[in-house]
Design a protein around this ligand. Structure first.
Ligand SMILES: [Zn+2]
Length: 386
């Protein structure tokens, strides 16, 4: 049985306010980052920063480039720190966080460090190819970037995520056997299901399919495992399994590859214009032009955000449909959606424009409505199909 009024649960003023503030924080953060890059390039201060890096780095190119990156990211971090603190306090104000300030600060520091390591590798490789193959650098750098992307997607669940959260294999026998049944029906095998100790930091619940190949696994937040019925967790598992069966991680990597191909090509065009026509930098290999590269990538991601989110939403709908087909009854899916919305203070029915631009998942009201529609069709098989 499916109750029909669940799809129309209204959003509370509290959830609307929380999501509005979060959206604005995201917008301010984006504008601030963009402004920093524009100012650095427009004023030529990026050249000053490069000179400082060379002095401290004793004229060693590789080391100086790394120092430049450290200073650039530090500058960005300091500039955006007020907004970060505000975001931290916002989660507490809406009773969504279990994390104290010290632990949060430590996470911020670790996040910056991880960014420096990964960003350092990427940036060093980019400028190495620029200096050694100025004609074809963008194509080579793109190919290397994709390899790195796949590598990091693979190690993320075993190396990166554990830096911030604890994980352990799921021990609940009932859930494990439910997953095995689901997987057998799908003719596939997920390599593992892990309990994600999200409760140490957040009151929110979440689940995801992560990793590639040997590291591919479903992670389920303990905040979900503790508060949801076995049938509801099964529905969440079935949704994640839908991502697995439809090879969504692989597909998103292919999409990323296509986008970054355009990105590197555009970066090359912009850099050449800045160096050859505008004489803003001595050469392509002058790493003071790094903010310009970052600008190209930032603007491109901004422009593509609606398209990427639309793509993501279509994959989520596909995973939902897979879930409806795999579980005996869609009611636990509907109740789990409503529980998630309450627990995470999510907006069930954001405006169409907001959903179009910002949301990687379809509105919860739509996901619930799709489940109800699916159940109705299932209950009354169309005579035309015979
Ligand atoms: Zn999903």
């Amino acid at each position: 049985m499916v109750t029909s009024q669940t799809a129309n649960l209204p959003d509370t003023p509290e959830s609307r306010r929380y999501n509005r503030i979060k959206r604005w924080l995201g917008i301010f953060d984006f504008v601030l980052g963009l402004a920093l890059l524009v100012v650095l390039v427009a004023t030529g201060w990026t050249g000053t920063l490069r000179d400082v890096a060379y002095t401290v780095g004793r004229q060693n190119y590789v080391f100086s480039l790394f120092l430049y990156l450290v200073m650039l990211t530090l500058l960005g971090k300091i500039l955006g720190f007020g907004l970060d603190v505000y975001s931290f306090r916002l989660e507490h104000r809406y009773h969504l966080s279990n994390q104290n300030f010290r632990s949060w600060l430590w996470d911020e520091f670790k996040g910056w460090l991880v960014g420096i390591v990964i960003g350092g590798i990427v940036v060093e490789l980019i400028y190495y190819t620029i200096r050694n193959s100025p004609q074809h650098w963008w194509f080579i750098a793109w190919a290397v970037f994709i390899c790195l992307f796949v590598f990091f997607a693979q190690i993320a669940p075993v190396v990166l995520f554990p830096l911030f959260y604890k994980f352990k294999p799921l021990e609940n026998e009932d859930l494990k056997s439910r997953l095995v049944r689901l997987s057998e029906r799908a003719g596939t095998r997920v390599r593992g299901v892990y309990e994600w100790k999200l409760s140490e930091k957040s009151k929110k619940a979440n689940a995801a399919l992560t990793g590639l190949g040997q590291t591919r696994r479903i992670i389920l937040a303990d905040t979900l495992l503790e508060n949801y019925s076995p049938e509801e967790i099964e529905a969440v598992l079935a949704h994640e399994l839908g991502h697995h069966v439809h090879r969504h991680i692989l597909k998103s990597i292919v999409v990323q590859a296509a986008i970054t191909f355009v990105g590197f090509w555009a970066a090359n065009a912009v850099l050449r214009y800045a160096v050859d026509d505008r004489h803003m930098f001595d050469s392509l290999g002058d790493f003071a032009n790094l903010p310009l590269l970052a600008l190209v990538s930032t603007v491109l991601s901004f422009l593509l955000m609606p398209a990427l989110n639309a793509y993501s939403r279509s994959k989520e709908r596909e995973a939902d449909r897979y879930c409806f087909e795999s579980i005996p009854d869609v009611e636990p899916f509907i109740t789990s959606m409503n529980k998630l919305a309450d627990q995470n203070l999510a907006e069930r029915s954001p405006s169409r424009v907001l959903e179009w631009f910002f949301h990687s998942h379809p509105a919860i009201s739509k996901r619930v409505a799709a489940a109800e529609q699916w159940a109705r069709v299932k209950e009354q098989p169309s005579p035309a199909t015979h």
